[in-house]
Design a protein. Structure first.
Length: 282
């Protein structure tokens, strides 16, 4: 990827982070940590990796994204707003009683959302079903799903881990947001999922381990996934929970807490400084 394009994507990803935090702050509720850790990924997918368009969000030939870790929807809403699926000012209505932007994504109400998710483990199963349907219908679209590493504790994930290779779903790519923290702390202490890569390999997946916050690495991983035939791909993303905000990074306490006014202002100040730095390098 050209350096200029990677820089532009990094700028946009930090705008996505600002959007996510703005929604959570205004709601006084939400999940900032896991939203910030996937901001680079959703930015790459919606800008480079996927065939999607706000002009035709229900196009039957579009690629699909299932946010299996549905509580991280502030990041998804953040990129959908930036790409024109709905007005950016609506981010401030997040979780309000009359808002369509609720704490988990709703495919019936939010333009650009391909699956309603929230109960962990179910999103990856839906994604596998979408991929199988694409195969049956001889469609060329691809299906992507984003899981949390804590979500791997759900048995349903491993049912899908058997299903996708059995049906040779090479049109399915999942991303495991491996930031090593969940609501109760270190994933290795709560319910150790390691080695994540070897487990998916043992089920018959093509497995790629990469940096969640490097656009060249993301592009390389997605390109390899698209080129893989006969099996699904699991991309294990080495990420930082709370990425981009100093006091949130690698802090499990920010899994599901909203910042107060002072904390929100500090976060926005830090992200604005990073954006200015990136813009100066263009």
């Amino acid at each position: 990827m050209e350096k200029k394009r990677a820089t532009q994507l990094a700028i946009l990803a930090n705008e996505v982070r600002k959007n996510a935090l703005t929604g959570i702050y205004n709601a006084a509720a939400g999940h900032p940590g896991g939203s910030l850790s996937i901001a680079d990924l959703v930015t790459y997918l919606y800008c480079e990796g996927m065939n999607v368009s706000a002009d035709d969000p229900k196009n039957p030939d579009r690629d699909r994204l299932v946010l299996s870790k549905g509580h991280a929807c502030p990041a998804l809403y953040g990129i959908l707003a930036e790409k024109g699926f709905f007005p950016k000012e609506d981010i401030a209505t997040f979780r309000k009683i009359d808002s369509y932007l609720q704490g988990h994504p709703d495919m019936k109400k939010v333009p650009g959302v391909d699956m309603s998710t929230g109960s962990l483990g179910q999103g990856i199963s839906a994604a596998g079903g979408m991929a199988l349907a694409g195969k049956i219908d001889n469609k060329d679209y691809r299906v992507y799903a984003i899981l949390g590493d804590g979500e791997l504790e759900e048995g349903q994930v491993w049912e899908q881990a058997m299903f996708a290779p059995h049906y040779k779903l090479d049109n399915l790519t999942i991303f495991v947001d491996n930031n090593n923290l969940q609501i109760d702390g270190d994933i290795a202490e709560v319910m150790n999922p390691h080695p994540i890569d070897k487990k998916f390999e043992s089920f018959g997946w093509n497995v790629i381990v990469t940096d969640a916050h490097d656009f060249d690495a993301l592009e390389d991983a997605v390109t390899k996934a698209k080129a893989t035939k006969g099996k699904p791909t699991a991309i294990i993303l080495k990420s930082v929970k709370g990425k981009g905000v100093s006091y949130m990074e690698n802090n499990a306490g920010w899994h599901g807490n909203a910042p107060n006014e002072e904390q929100y202002n500090q976060a926005i100040k830090e992200l604005d400084a990073k954006i200015a730095e990136l813009e100066a390098s263009l």
